[in-house]
Structure formats: C-alpha cells, structure tokens
Ligand binder design. Structure first.
Ligand SMILES: Nc1ncnc2c1ncn2[C@@H]1O[C@H](COP(=O)(O)OP(=O)(O)OP(=O)(O)O)[C@@H](O)[C@H]1O
Ligand SMILES: [Mg+2]
Length: 316
C-alpha cells in the first residue's frame, strides 16, 4: 500500500455524457437503457448509516470481486442480476424492481439480534428465540429476520406476517424469496466452512426482472455479512470471549472508541491513513480467506478513471 493508492481512492464517479447516477452509500448506479445498470463500487465506506469522510483504497474492487465470486457460486440456486463484470469495480446488472425488504438471515445470536436478546426480549421479527442462549451461539436452524428498507435512517425490524398483512410483498413472491434466501445462505455457509470460516449472518436484496425473483445488490461480502473464524469458535463461546470476526465490526468499534455511534450531535471522526490501511488489510484478508485467491489490486488513476468507465459502460 503506497500513498498514491491512498490519494487515488474512488470517492465519487462522474462518467462523462451519462446522466447523474443514483448514489448509494457505496455504489454509483448508472442507467444504461435496455433494462441494464452499470453499478460502480466506489471506495466509500459506511458505518452506523454514515459515509466516512475518507475512503479505503481498493475497497470497491474487493467488494465487487467478492460479490462476483459469491454470485457465481449461487447462480444455480437463484436468478442473479449479474450480466457481466468488465472491471474489478464494475458490475453490469439487470435492472430490477427492488423488493423493499432487507432479507436478513442469521445463523448466530450476534449483533442486533444479541442486543435485542440482552434487553430481555425473546421474539425477533416474529421469530421466537429460546431462553438461555449465549451471545454468538448458533441457533438450531438459521432464522429469517427481515427489515424494511427505510427511506432514511435505520431499517426497522418487521415480521413475515406483517410483510404479508401490510401487502408489502405478494404472498407467492415472498414464499419464493424466503425459500431462495435460505438456500443461498446454506450455500454461503458451505463455502465459508470449507475455508475455515462461519457465515454468521447476512443481508440479501431481491428484485423482480420480467416478473422473475432475482438476487440483486451484493452477496456474502464484508459489507453485507459477518464471518467468524471457525478455529477456536467453541472455546471462545464457552469462555464468553468475543469471537474473531471478519466484518466491518472493527470499524464500528474504532468509531465508538472515538465517540461516534451515528447519533445526532456527534462528530464524524477523520480516519487516519494508518487506520485506512488497516481497514484495507482487513478487507483483503476476508477476500483471500474466503476465495482462497490472493488479491491483486488494479491501480486507479482518478485523473483517468471516469474516462475509462465511459469506455466500459459504452460497450453495453
Ligand atoms: N439489480 C438491481 N436493480 C435495481 N436496483 C439495484 C440492483 N442492484 C442494486 N440495486 C440498488 O442499488 C443501490 C446500490 O447502492 P448502495 O449499496 O451503495 O446503496 P445503499 O446505501 O446500501 O442503499 P440505499 O441507497 O438503497 O439506501 C441500492 O439502493 C440497491 O438496492
Ligand atoms: Mg447497499
């Protein structure tokens, strides 16, 4: 990692001659016509629903490549939005009508689920949780804990019953979504397991493409999922120690150590260069661990990148 890479992070793209993209927290999404999207994964990183002021070198490439790897592994189980991955930062995707639910599957009592459990509640999104569970313990079977995709701010928990009662998703479509989500999760667990990891929880997004239920956005990446190291998991669980995680959790912890939890009145701290490199190393570690391949960054020159993107998107 050199200072040139730190200076050439993709914080924002502006492809000449293309209409302003939809800018998500991480991706810039270009409309290509013919029901296609050019999705550019930037190096922006978010936590607590805030985009950090500094970006992480090559994070977009790692994320997009990891998603491409995972999409490829599940495409016999579900239709995916991927048409092509012409550059490590870019996915050409089918433009779908998004289903406005975050389909969260959890294998362990971790994160939000653990916080709810600690508060004494024994139901989460309509799912009854057994008594006497320890944080990070595995459920008997993975559970589905959906959330609404809120327009602004935090996503809210919702039960499957409420999704249907409120008519947010048609019943037949929802049945297919939940069935596919569990299958894709199972495959994700197998892949993780082979590499010595535990897929702890993940978030899927689905959309409809010509009426077909299609997996969109990103799959089994560091931004959408949590992984634990399998080695030593049981011992740590028994001792009540924190698990060795591969996820964005360490960024959240760093922010909390710097008095930031995304609440009103708090100031977003600057990420020092050494920390940005650390985050890069963590993302690389997850990529290499999960895919079994080494990560070779494609250098970016921000003076030229928008022009290169134009050439790529023009092909579709
Ligand atoms: N194939 C697809 N068809 C339609 N929309 C998609 C597709 N794939 C991803 N998206 C949407 O594109 C956006 C990707 O951007 P990004 O992941 O940065 O957004 P986000 O900040 O996570 O979410 P949002 O902007 O929705 O709050 C998301 O809104 C996602 O739902
Ligand atoms: Mg997203």
């Amino acid at each position: 990692m050199n200072s040139k890479a730190l200076r050439n992070c993709i914080t924002k793209t502006d492809v000449p001659d293309y209409p302003e993209p939809y800018r998500g927290k991480v991706r810039d999404v270009y409309e290509l016509g013919d029901k296609k999207l050019g999705i550019v994964a930037s190096d922006r990183i978010s936590a607590f629903d805030h985009i950090m002021k500094q970006a992480i070198p090559y994070k977009g490439q790692i994320l997009n490549s990891l998603a491409a790897f995972a999409f490829d592994k599940v495409d016999e189980l579900v239709a995916t939005h991927v048409i092509d991955v012409p550059h490590p930062n870019v996915t050409i995707a089918k433009k779908c009508d998004p289903i406005p639910i975050e389909v969260v599957i959890r294998a362990c009592l971790t994160g939000h689920a653990a916080r709810v459990y600690k508060s004494g509640k024994r139901t989460l999104c309509g799912v009854v949780l057994p008594d006497g569970m320890a944080e990070n313990q595995k459920f008997g079977e993975p559970i589905l804990t959906p959330a609404t995709k809120a327009e602004e701010g935090h996503d809210e928990d919702i039960s499957e019953k409420e999704i249907l009662e409120q008519g947010i998703v048609d019943e037949n479509i929802w049945q297919e979504v939940r069935e596919k989500a569990f299958k894709v999760f199972e495959r994700g667990q197998q892949i993780a397991n082979k590499q010595g990891l535990i897929l702890v929880d993940t978030k899927y997004e689905f959309g409809l493409y010509n009426g077909e239920v299609t997996l969109i956005d990103e799959v089994h990446t560091a931004d959408s999922s949590r992984y634990f190291y399998r080695d030593g998991y049981e011992e740590r669980l028994k001792k009540g120690e924190p698990q060795k995680q591969l996820s964005k959790e360490f960024l959240r912890e760093w922010l909390m150590d710097h008095d930031f939890q995304g609440k009103k009145g708090e100031t977003l701290p600057d990420l020092p260069d050494e920390f940005r490199i650390k985050v890069y190393n963590r993302y690389t570690e997850l990529y290499e661990k999960l895919t079994g391949k080494s990560f070779k960054p494609t250098p970016i020159d921000m003076e030229k990148f928008n022009g290169e993107l134009k050439k790529i998107l023009d092909r579709y």
